[in-house]
Write a protein that binds this ligand. Structure first.
Ligand SMILES: [Zn+2]
Ligand SMILES: [Zn+2]
Length: 343
């Protein structure tokens, strides 16, 4: 079964994978330890995953790549290009619980004895993954039902998920929280809680490097809603966290995302993402305004994206759901048994 790292639906399609780096390349370094980049192939959804290495003391990895032999091979090759090996890794910091970010955590820990860290809210998705994995499919069914997805679509998705492969193994991990600090080669790395994409999503600030995970991506809008099947209110939390992280913009800042190229226009990118969500919300309210009858989330998603194949249906309905939760909280829509209308 796949629990992928979902991104937003754009015009009913997903962005093409970003080109893979065939070798690791230094990102930048000055007064702190060098930060290296390794592109790791990712067969599902958003495309290749960026692993970052803080080549200092202790040797630190940020995210891992998905749990496949190909990903492991390319991570090892990337490290070897810098004269490093998995066994040298002392600590592994995870930006969030999705399989493409944590998939090799168990392998890395087994080979190196490294300590694995993940935000306390995403910890169950790493340290208690076996149990969580068993609960995933029933939660998906609950979500589909909540959004009034027709049975034939539910059956199709169940078949898809049932045939999926597992891309991460449970591993021992230490929970971290906002404001926690790590010392690496005399420079502080700070944990910044940036919930939304998942509840336990974090960014890490190390010198002028900001590791943004999937919170802020340079070319696509991260999915909000599908990453948390037990929680509500993720859209507002995401928008608040965008505003918060945008304040870390400086002239020297280099943002290092989980997918896609590094960027320096953090505040501008955050504003673009916030605007995208604002426009999406207005579009959803516009769909409701034009409808004579109250609408289900599935019906709204169909108007926004005529086709939502495979897992995309979960991403689409979850994003609409998270928008409607926000609109309901803001007093702009009301719900009656799964049917929404303007307030
Ligand atoms: Zn993700
Ligand atoms: Zn991701």
């Amino acid at each position: 079964m796949v629990e992928p790292c979902p991104t937003a639906v754009k015009s009913g399609r997903y962005s093409a994978p970003t080109p893979r780096s065939t070798s690791s390349t230094p990102v930048k370094h000055d007064s702190h330890a060098p930060v290296l980049h390794i592109g790791v192939p990712n067969p599902i959804f958003e495309g290749d995953l960026n692993v970052y290495v803080i080549a200092g003391d202790p040797l630190t990895l940020i995210d891992t790549g998905i749990g496949t032999p190909e990903a492991l091979e390319s991570l090892e090759a990337g490290l070897a290009a810098h004269g490093l090996a998995l066994a040298d890794v002392r600590q592994l910091l995870l930006t969030h619980k999705h399989a493409d970010h944590i998939g090799l955590a168990a392998d890395i820990r087994e080979r190196s004895g490294a300590t694995v860290y993940v935000h306390e809210d995403d910890w169950p998705g790493v340290g208690d993954l076996d149990r969580r994995h068993g609960e995933y499919l029933p939660l998906v069914h609950e979500r589909l039902k909540r959004c009034r997805v027709p049975q034939e679509e539910v059956d199709k998705l169940a078949k898809f998920l049932g045939h999926g492969k597992r891309f991460a193994r449970q591993t021992e991990a230490q929970p971290i929280k906002d404001g926690d600090r790590f010392e690496i080669s005399g420079q502080t790395l700070e944990v910044i809680h940036t919930p939304g994409h998942t509840q336990g999503s974090v960014s890490f600030l190390y010198g002028n490097h900001l590791f943004t995970g999937d919170h802020v991506l340079p070319t696509i809008s991260p999915n909000i809603g599908a990453g948390e099947l037990r929680r509500t209110g993720m859209m507002q939390r995401y928008l608040d966290a965008l505003e918060r992280i945008a304040r870390y913009q400086t002239d020297e800042l280099v943002a290092l995302p989980g997918h896609g190229p590094k960027f320096s226009n953090l505040a501008e990118r955050c504003a673009t993402l916030a605007r995208h969500h604002h426009e999406r919300e207005e579009k959803i309210l516009g769909v409701l305004a034009e409808s004579a009858e109250p609408m289900t989330i599935y019906q709204i998603a169909q108007v926004l994206w005529s086709k939502l194949p495979g897992f995309h249906i979960m991403l689409g309905i979850s994003e609409v759901l998270s928008h409607l939760e926000k609109s309901a909280t803001d007093g702009r829509v009301t719900e009656d048994d799964g049917y929404f209308r303007l307030a």
